[in-house]
Write a protein that binds this ligand. Structure first.
Ligand SMILES: [Zn+2]
Length: 237
């Protein structure tokens, strides 16, 4: 079943998933697809099977920085569905992929009816908040090199070895100057950790990237395991 490619849907009891099936469909997410505007209405909930969705905070001066990543380990739109459906930031597809999608109204109705479903969505929101808090600490305390490696690790976990991203986009998402990312990327290339071609980053040595990264990605992964209390989260974020 395609929906089980998403870890949250995969964790649902068959009886609960059965109740969702009639309203779930599978869609393609393309790079740059805007899933929500800041303060806009969120009418759908997305459960990615692949690819990466980014939550981005925009500033008045035209700046933007990524504060959270959502992939096959999670969902976008579930907390909004349970509340007033308003997105607090800009949400965009960063790496193309596939997702199960369902209307926010259906999610709200089923969550009211099925405590196990509501519980799962709330747990994920706990994890997502932990991820955002870790990102805030990381941005303030860790070097651009360590942050770049952490960011590559997270993307590797969600999207594999081939990342269709430019250095410019990476700099934007990290909220740093392009030249800073270029310097770090050159170091990583020299060390054989990554390579570039035609606007794609290729991960060459994920273990070395892990050694150069700050501890934040490991901490986020341990939050996920703690919240879901399951070994299967090893394959998660
Ligand atoms: Zn960090």
């Amino acid at each position: 079943m395609p929906h089980s490619k998403n870890f949250l849907l995969n964790r649902l009891d068959a009886a609960v998933l059965d109740r969702l099936l009639d309203n779930l469909s599978v869609i393609q997410l393309s790079h740059g697809d805007v899933l929500a505007e800041t303060h806009g209405q969120v009418e759908k909930v997305y459960f990615p099977h692949s690819g990466i969705i980014s939550c981005v905070v925009e500033t008045i001066g035209g700046g933007a920085i990524e504060t959270g990543m959502i992939g096959k380990d999670g969902a976008f739109g579930s907390s909004q569905a349970l509340d007033d459906k308003v997105s607090l930031n800009h949400v965009v597809t960063q790496v193309p992929g596939e997702a199960s999608v369902i209307s926010s109204n259906h999610v709200r109705a089923l969550a009211d009816e099925l405590p196990a479903f509501r519980g799962l969505l709330v747990k994920y929101e706990q994890f997502f908040l932990a991820q955002v808090q870790q990102t805030a600490a990381c941005n303030a305390l860790h070097s651009i090199q360590a942050r770049t490696c952490k960011w590559l690790l997270r993307m590797h976990e969600l999207a594999g070895d081939e990342l269709p991203l430019t250095q410019e986009f990476l700099a934007q998402m990290m909220g740093v100057r392009r030249t800073s990312v270029t310097e770090v990327a050159t170091e990583l290339q020299k060390a054989g950790m990554i390579s570039y071609s035609r606007g794609r980053i290729h991960i060459r040595d994920v273990e070395l990237i892990r050694q150069w990264a700050c501890e934040c990605e490991g901490d986020v992964r341990s939050h996920y395991r703690r919240i879901f209390q399951s070994n299967e989260a090893d394959a998660g974020p």
